[in-house]
Design a protein around this ligand. Structure first.
Ligand SMILES: *Cc1c(COP(=O)(O)O)cnc(C)c1O
Length: 415
C-alpha cells in the first residue's frame, strides 16, 4: 500500500496522520484512498481502450455510496447481486444501461425492478431463472437482455470458499449444458441473447485459470455462432488477486491484454470484466485501538476494539492481513508475538496470529488491505455498531459513513 508511509515513526495515509484521523472519527475506523480506487478502475479501462468494453465494478466488495459515485463519474459499469445493490448503485448515480445482474437466487421482484429500470444484462445462473425472466418480461411487455453464466469447470487454485468455477459449485450453468440452454433461450419470445458470462473465483494470482476458462468460453462462442446465435459481449468476471502478504498477482494490464489477445479475431465483441477486490482491497485500512494486552503462559494477546464483526476475512477464510503499528515506539515496550483478537465472544475472533509487535494499551494498529470484503461483510454481532468510514484523497478527508449509533442497533424492532 504505497500511500501508507512512516514519518518520524508515525503512520501517514497520503499526507494525513492516521492517529489524527482516528482521533477525529474514532475507532474502529475504515479509511479508503479515493485516488487509488479510481486509478485501479482506470487501469482496466485503459487497457481495453482499443476496443469496445465495459468495466463493471463488483459492488459487493465495497458498496459505500461515495465509492460507487466516484466510479460512476468515471463512466464505470457495475456488477450487482441483489436488488439492494441495484437500489444502492442507482442512488449513487449509476447508468442503468451499464449494470449487469449476477446472483443465483434472483427473485420475481428483483427481476421486475431490473427490467423496469432497464439494466444492460442479466447474468443467468440456471435454466429455471431463464424461464422466470422470460415469464416476467412477457408480463411487462419487455425484452430481457441476458447472458448465461457458464461454469467452465476450471480450478481457480484459490481458497475453496472463494472458488466458484468448479462443477460442484452452486454458481452458473455447467459447461456441458450451456449450448442447449442457449438454444432454448433463442426460442424464447421475450429474451434477447446478449452475451456469455463467467466468473471462476476470487483472489486468483495465476493467469492460467483465466486463460483456460477463456478458451472454453470462446469455443462455446464459436459453436453458437455456427448456429446463428450471435454473442455481442463476453464477460470474464472478476477475481484478480491482490497482494496481502507476499502474493505476486498479475498486473491488471497483463490480465486484460492476455484475455483481449484471445479475442483479436473478434473485434466486434465487447469485453466485460467485473473486478471487485483488485479495485478496492489495497485502497483501505481498518484502524483499531488496543484495549488491553494480556500475557498468560506463552500466550500474548492484544485485545483490540475491532473484531470479526467489523472484518471477517481472517475468521472466515483464514486470510492473512498485515497489521502494523500507527506509532512506532522508540521502544521501551517489550516485543511479543501477539495474537491480535477482537471483542467478540467467539474463539475465531482473531484478526492476526503471531505478530511480532512492541505495543501497549491504547496504541493504535492499522490492518492493511481492508478495502474489499471488509465493511461490506460487517455485522452487528454482539450488538456492536458498525464502524465509521472515511474517504481520503489528495485534497481532503471526509466522513462517508457515520459510525452507527446504539439506537440504530434496534431500529425497526418492537417490544
Ligand atoms: C464477487 C464477484 C465478482 C468480484 O470478484 P473479485 O474477486 O472481488 O474481483 C465478480 N463477479 C461476480 C459474479 C461475483 O460474484
Amino acid at each position: 500500500m504505497d500511500f501508507l508511509n512512516y514519518r518520524s515513526g508515525k503512520l501517514y495515509a497520503l499526507d494525513y496522520p492516521v492517529e489524527a484521523l482516528a482521533e477525529q472519527y474514532g475507532t474502529p475506523l475504515y479509511i479508503y484512498n479515493e485516488d487509488y480506487i479510481k486509478n485501479r478502475w482506470i487501469k482496466y479501462d485503459q487497457a481495453l481502450n482499443n476496443r469496445k468494453h465495459l468495466i463493471c465494478y463488483a459492488i459487493k466488495a465495497n458498496s459505500n455510496l461515495a465509492i460507487l459515485h466516484s466510479l460512476a463519474k468515471l463512466g464505470a459499469g457495475f456488477d450487482i447481486v441483489s436488488q439492494g445493490e441495484l437500489e444502492r448503485v442507482l442512488h449513487a448515480g449509476a447508468d442503468p444501461k451499464k449494470i449487469v445482474f449476477s446472483g443465483v437466487a434472483k427473485s420475481v421482484t428483483e427481476i421486475e425492478r431490473a427490467l423496469n429500470v432497464g439494466i444492460k444484462c442479466f447474468n443467468v445462473e440456471s435454466e429455471a431463472e431463464l424461464y422466470r425472466i422470460q415469464a416476467i418480461a412477457k408480463q411487462l411487455n419487455k425484452i430481457a437482455p441476458i447472458s448465461l453464466r457458464i461454469n467452465p469447470d476450471v480450478d481457480a487454485k484459490t481458497h475453496p470458499y472463494i472458488s466458484t468455477g468448479l462443477r460442484e459449485n452452486k454458481f452458473g450453468i455447467s459447461y456441458q449444458l450451456a449450448y442447449d440452454v442457449y438454444r432454448a433461450a433463442a426460442e424464447l419470445s421475450h429474451i434477447s441473447i446478449e452475451g456469455i458470462d463467467c466468473h471462476i473465483g476470487s483472489q486468483l494470482t495465476e493467469l492460467s485459470p483465466f486463460l483456460d476458462s477463456a478458451d472454453r468460453i470462446i469455443a462455446l462462442f464459436e459453436q453458437l455462432k455456427l448456429d446463428g446465435i450471435h454473442i455481442k459481449h463476453i464477460d470474464f468476471g472478476g477475481g484478480l488477486g491482490v497482494c496481502y502478504k507476499n502474493e505476486q498477482p498479475l498486473e491488471i494490464v497483463d490480465l486484460v491484454n492476455a484475455i483481449s489477445e484471445k479475442l483479436v479475431n473478434y473485434p466486434e465483441v465487447e469485453i466485460l470484466f467485473e473486478p471487485g477486490r483488485s479495485i478496492v482491497a489495497n485502497a483501505g485500512l481498518l484502524v483499531t485501538k488496543v484495549e488491553y494486552t494480556k500475557h498468560q503462559d506463552d500466550n500474548h494477546f492484544a485485545i483490540v476494539d475491532a473484531g470479526m464483526n467489523d472484518l471477517i476475512r481472517p475468521a472466515l477464510y483464514n486470510a492473512w492481513m498485515n497489521i502494523i503499528p500507527v506509532n512506532k515506539h522508540e521502544s521501551n515496550e517489550t516485543p511479543y508475538s501477539y495474537n491480535i483478537v477482537g471483542p467478540i465472544c467467539e474463539s475465531s475472533d482473531v484478526l492476526g496470529k503471531n505478530r511480532q509487535l512492541a505495543i501497549k494499551q491504547d496504541d493504535l494498529l492499522a490492518i492493511c488491505g481492508a478495502g474489499a470484503y471488509g465493511f461490506s461483510m460487517a455485522s452487528n454481532y454482539n450488538s456492536h455498531p458498525r464502524p465509521a468510514e472515511v474517504m481520503i484523497n489528495s485534497l481532503e478527508h471526509r466522513l462517508i459513513r457515520k459510525r452507527e449509533t446504539f439506537q440504530s442497533l434496534w431500529d425497526g424492532e418492537t417490544i
